[in-house]
Ligand binder design. Structure first.
Ligand code: TXA
Ligand code: MG
Length: 369
């Protein structure tokens, strides 16, 4: 299949994308979080094509993207007051809500669940494309299954060229990690996947919000407790959260200082230096994930062949880290790194979403000093 690549602002690009969606085809498009791979959410064969293009297990449900809040009532059987309050506060934007689905939403889109995930993205090209298509757009992140989510059109092209009809290029995305998912089908709203919209932001609107218990276990792995392999964890409620996502090909480990979780102390950089030297001595291509502030801690290694320092942004600005994280994991693959050590990041605001993704990418390998 020939994949058309077009800039969003080329005249006719969005109309062409909308047309492809209406005819059952697949279009990758930018959102404010990551690039999505869209198809008609009510057409089971379009959903099947999405799974095939991504190489994704078909029991992992898709998020349905809409262009207007009122569309929620077309897709969901019940819209609780909490949903209306959150839609009002955060839509359009990086929040996905889970509601009981109406029969028109096919099992092929929800992975057989009786609930549906719905999100109204704020990216202007995404909104315009959905609006012009006249369909609801099922869209997972536009990566091959298991690869980091794409934050540029080039990432999408690497993974999906030849598998989909079109890629709309809107440049690098703003946020860089996927939307917050909150389940509204039970009494108390529950976060299934952390993101840009934090628990505190949700609680300011609807009162108590819980975290999926499996996320709490994840948190504990960087607070100095024993790390548990994935298989021992309880099942997360969002099926996609149980896959080893985002993983680079090399072995990624996170180094954390038990006494100062979230801080990159000299103990952390010292341990990373020591481990990196060992790995290099064994002939491994080795990368360190750090920030602009801490990067100089690894100056001594810069001349060593096979060493790569990758800076994710600024320690004090989680947004800069989030927007570079997936690109950095892809860079590790491009550089053919066998071994990767990462600093840990603060748990404030976006920090818990960043650490959630990083710990998963590391397959829960956390080294405490
Ligand atoms: O920011 C985002 O949400 C991006 C952009 C493209 O919108 N999309 C995205 O989709 O991250 P995806 O498919 O990569 O992740 C969707 C997650 C998966 O973990 C899936 O299991 C979960 O949402 N999910 C979808 N429907 C669900 C449902 N009905 N109940 C529980 N979890 C659901
Ligand atoms: Mg994904």
């Amino acid at each position: 299949m020939q994949t058309i690549l077009e800039k969003c602002n080329n005249s006719g690009a969005i109309a062409a994308a909308a047309d492809i969606l209406r005819r059952g085809g697949l279009v990758a498009f930018p959102t404010e979080t990551v690039y999505g791979l869209g198809g008609d959410a009510l057409d089971p064969s379009a959903s099947a094509r999405i799974y095939a293009a991504k190489g994704r297990p078909s029991d992992n449900p898709l998020i349905v993207h809409i262009a207007e809040k009122k569309d929620v009532w077309e897709l969901a059987e019940e819209v609780p007051a909490t949903a209306e309050m959150l839609m009002e506060a955060f839509w359009p934007g990086p929040l996905t809500i889970i509601l009981k689905k109406k029969p028109i939403v096919p099992d092929a889109t929800t992975g057989g669940l009786n609930t549906v995930a719905i999100r109204m993205p704020s990216h202007p090209a995404a909104m315009e494309m959905i609006r012009q298509s006249g369909v609801y757009v099922a869209a997972p992140s536009a990566n091959r299954s298991g690869r980091p989510s794409p934050t540029t059109a080039e990432h999408v092209a690497e993974d999906l060229t030849g598998e989909i009809d079109m890629i709309l290029d809107g440049g690098p995305v703003g946020i860089g990690i996927e939307s917050t998912i909150v389940d509204l089908t039970e009494e108390v709203p529950m976060i299934l996947r952390p993101g840009f919209i934090t628990r505190e932001m949700l609680e300011a609107i609807v009162g108590e919000v819980r975290l999926d218990p499996t996320l709490i276990t994840l948190e504990e792995t960087t607070q100095g407790r024993e790390t548990e392999p994935d298989s021992k964890l309880q099942h997360p409620k969002a099926p996609g959260m149980r896959y080893t996502h985002y993983a680079p090909h090399g072995t990624l480990s996170i180094v954390t200082d038990t006494a100062n979780p979230g801080e990159v102390t000299p103990a952390v950089t010292g341990k990373i230096l020591e481990l990196t030297k060992e790995a290099l001595a064994e002939g491994h291509v080795t990368a360190v994930l750090t920030t602009g502030e801490n990067g100089s801690a690894y100056d001594a290694l810069m001349e060593t062949p096979g060493f790569h320092r990758i800076e994710l942004g600024d320690t004090d600005d989680g947004q800069t880290v989030a927007s570079h994280l997936y690109g950095a994991l892809r860079t590790c693959d491009d550089l053919k790194c066998d071994v990767i050590y990462s600093e840990n990041f603060r748990r404030d605001e976006l920090g818990s979403a960043i650490m959630n993704r990083l710990i998963k990418a590391a397959g829960h390998r956390v080294i405490s000093v």
